[in-house]
Ligand binder design. Structure first.
Ligand code: NDP
Ligand SMILES: Nc1nc(O)c(N)c(N[C@@H]2O[C@H](COP(=O)(O)O)[C@@H](O)[C@H]2O)n1
Length: 267
């Protein structure tokens, strides 16, 4: 066993139990599907903001819920973010839980595959980008980038055309099926605001198996990156809620509260 890097996080077994019902099953009991087990997870303020402004990396999670997020990362095969998040945060997107590959264990076992949705290839990554540093240091997997490149080969072009349904909107079912067929049995989607809004649309929300949200006891104030799905209306034109959770459980976690549930699809 190699020694754990200094940024290794502890997430004790006593804290793991409550999450189990909300995570991809480990015992092979997942139903047969072309889709991966998909978890939407992010941290929000009391005024539903993910960050102080679109370009600002903002700490919301306290130490325990941050460790929880890293544990969630170790329990999924992939992490999806939008290019806005990649540009704003220069994120690492690895799991820094002690005992995971690269963190006290040889190899990269338990490390999720970072997947960046970047339709116009505007993320200007370099050797210094955190994702690439971690990969070189054996502490994370190399990212996959879902993009439209200028001169793709025929196979890649066909894939991109299938995934993009017009504008820059990814076709979520196609993307998820493609990720599963490339070996990702489970994915967690971290954000940011636009990606979450798109997933919570009526056409996409049924793709979510689990929702795990950290709520931090702070208001970020006006101008934040707000999570607010598009308004929905009933047949009479009256506004109805855009999305709602069922089977809800709340867990106090340090100063934060972690909300777990599933998307309620009807009623
Ligand atoms: N607190 C938390 O847990 C988290 C916070 N964040 C924060 O969120 C902020 C970033 O959020 P935001 O600015 O909304 O950016 P996003 O990460 O949501 O990325 C937005 C971009 O992704 C592309 N995109 C969005 N939706 C789709 C879609 N349906 N199909 C295809 N491409 C799509 C578009 O790229 P293009 O315009 O090029 O077409 C869009 O501009 C950052 O400040 C980050 O810190 C992020 C994750 C988690
Ligand atoms: N769970 C959670 N809590 C917060 O307070 C956050 N700001 C985020 N952000 C997400 O984590 C990414 C950064 O990850 P690394 O620490 O660099 O690995 C960031 O890009 C968001 O996706 N999440």
């Amino acid at each position: 066993m190699s020694s754990a890097p200094r940024d290794a996080l502890q997430f004790p077994a006593s804290d793991r139990g409550f999450l189990e019902a909300h995570l991809p099953p480990q015992d092979g009991s997942a139903p047969q599907s072309d889709l991966p087990f998909t978890t939407l997870t992010f941290a929000t303020s009391l005024d539903s903001s993910l960050a102080l402004s679109p370009g600002a990396r903002t700490v919301l999670s306290g130490p325990q819920s941050k460790a929880m997020t890293h544990y969630l990362r170790s329990r999924h095969d992939g992490i999806i973010i939008g290019v806005g998040t990649a540009v704003a945060d220069d994120p690492g997107l690895n799991s820094r839980i002690s005992g995971v590959g690269g963190y006290g264990k040889e190899g990269l076992d338990g490390q999720p595959r970072p997947v960046v949705i970047d339709p116009t290839a505007r993320w200007e990554f370099s050797d210094d980008s955190k994702l690439f540093q971690l990969c070189r240091e054996g502490r994370g997997l190399a990212p996959w980038i879902i993009t439209a490149v200028e001169n793709p080969n025929a196979e890649k072009q066909a894939l991109l055309e299938r995934l993009h349904t017009g504008g820059h909107q990814v076709d979520w079912p196609d993307l998820l099926v493609t990720l599963k067929s490339n070996g990702l049995e489970s994915v967690m989607i971290e954000g940011g605001g636009q990606i979450i809004k798109s997933l919570l649309s009526p056409l996409s929300m049924s793709l979510l198996d689990s929702v795990i949200i950290t709520i931090a006891p702070t208001w970020l104030g006006e101008g934040g990156v707000v999570v607010s799905p598009a308004r929905r209306f009933d047949e009479s034109g009256n506004a109805i809620s855009a999305a709602r959770l069922k089977n809800v459980k709340w867990y106090p976690f340090g100063e934060d509260v972690v909300l777990c549930g599933q998307i309620k699809l009807s009623g």
